[in-house]
Design a protein around this ligand. Sequence first.
Ligand code: GLA
Length: 626
Amino acid sequence: MIRRLLLAGAALGLFATPALAADPLAATGRWSANTDGSAPTPPMGWNSWNAFNSDVDEEKVLASAQALLDTGLVKLGYRYVNIDDGWWLKRRQPDGRMLIRTDHFPSAATGRDPSFRPFTDRLHAMGLKAGIYSDIGRNSCGQIYTPDFKNQPEGTVAEREIGLYGHIDQDIALYFRDWNFDFIKVDACGIRGLPADAPRVRSGLYRALPPLVDMQSLGGSDVAGIRGLYQQVGGAIRRYAGDRPYVFSLCLWGAGDVRAWGKDVGNSSRTSDDIQPIWTRMLTNFDTVTHRALYAHPGSWNDPDMLFVGTGDFDTAHPVEARSHFSLWAMLNAPLIIGYDLRKLTPELLTIFGNADLVALNQDAAGNQAVLAYDSDDVQIFAKTLADGSKGVAIFNRTAAPTKAVLTADHLKLLPSADVRLHDLWSKADSRFRGETTLTLAPHETRVFRASGTRRLANGLYLSEQTGRVNPAVDGVATPQADPTIHHSPTPWGGTRGTGDHPQYGGWGGAEADRAPYGKLMRVAGREYDTGIGILANSRLEVRNQGFTRFSAQVGVNDSGQKAGKITFEIWGDGQLLGRSPAMAFGTPAAPMQADVRGVAIVELVARASDGAIQPATWAEAALSR
Ligand code: GLA
């Protein structure tokens, strides 16, 4: 009887107490961010959506592919040629095979079973890679949200279910094993927009799917459910791509707390809703990535959406804005996916996409997304440490007025007493300064330089100079919250009707480089620090150690916290405890910690809240050195 009760209790989950769950702060000695697939640097290429919406066809795609070759852009790395929404005709019944719109893709008309294989063969023969598009639900964004969408899937309700839901294995086998694609973007409208009361469900157009994603409610989204579906897709790609390199691009627009887990599942993850060719919308998309340098690594990048260089506020009549958009995407290690009809490419636009110095910043092997060195609503300065130890720096004027900005050696973690050499990556002019220099910026201008000087930390790197090797495996955010600091622009579909754009992109309180969580000042017991990692307690950072011998930091509770609550700091090396601080209280000066990490591959930095209250932990001046 007791045994029966126990079994019944287990089935109901009655005995699954937290005490039995694995301690998420326990050191693992492993790097847990995604490294599967092939994205050691951000993916580069072209996508049909911004140029053609769903009115895509083979001729248009191949013309842009040819332009990548003819202009030499392919040699710079623009290799992926991706079809977005609009390629599908229907899901054949009863076998469920996806059919292609062969009147738009004539080479796919290969008999009873249309195939993209001739198309991907052609791209591969051109030295390019091929990308396809799907949705994690049963239906696509175009079906659900766009009334006048060209090339809607046809047929019965079941035939129009062209998304992956219920067909993950079948579709991924077709796309990767049979059709030989190298890249897939997986959108999520199908798990967002089809509740039973949606007009298109009630009218019988589509089957209801209880939404897992609620853009306006992180609490109301089924984070585990969404993640589980994307993980299934990742597993299927691994199976069916075989040994071929692939890219898995998540398109969940910053919803479903994807900030926290997208980096563990895919090669890139969208951080916001769709970019538009409008200055203020570019700002919105941009702002969704600027505080998340620690969430991007070789193999898993933040994706603020595709480039709109060439169109609207970024067309040839607006070269300053076009260059800014491109510079910012390059600095933040965004995928550089051109969204322009390359048949119309002008020499002016080619100088932007083809700026090899900017592309080199984006593709730098160290994979460090630029860190905010100075922040305001008007001017921002971003610094990025490159594989050779030199720096990329961007000074961005967000406003419509000209401005002056002071760039200091400190922004670059270079010594103010020595010369800093600057090479302007747009004008190619060289200059030098000591201490600081004043730069003039046109309205909306971004000036970008490669900088070198005498490094403040001569024999090592601060952790904030190697964000690509620091992974907030557990970032202490217990309750996901939307970031209120992201620029709020009108949506093109709503204009100023209703009450406007509300905070919706998760990430508030996440781990930050050179700042405390919530973008606050890094300060412990009144002492300010301009470098370190800020992260809420009950967190675990994984740090890849590239041959350094010593880890050091000053640890304490950040002054932006509360009087109650202590933090114990631990340093682990490949799963072994190397050091533990006393429980640090609010207002106590930071304590020095260091550890010998010779031969250690993964250093883990654990901050434990010791009396329950959650505090911002500061790993000030955290560095690996020789
Ligand atoms: C969503 C995506 C876009 C694009 C469209 C296609 O809106 O975010 O990037 O793929 O769907 O319908």
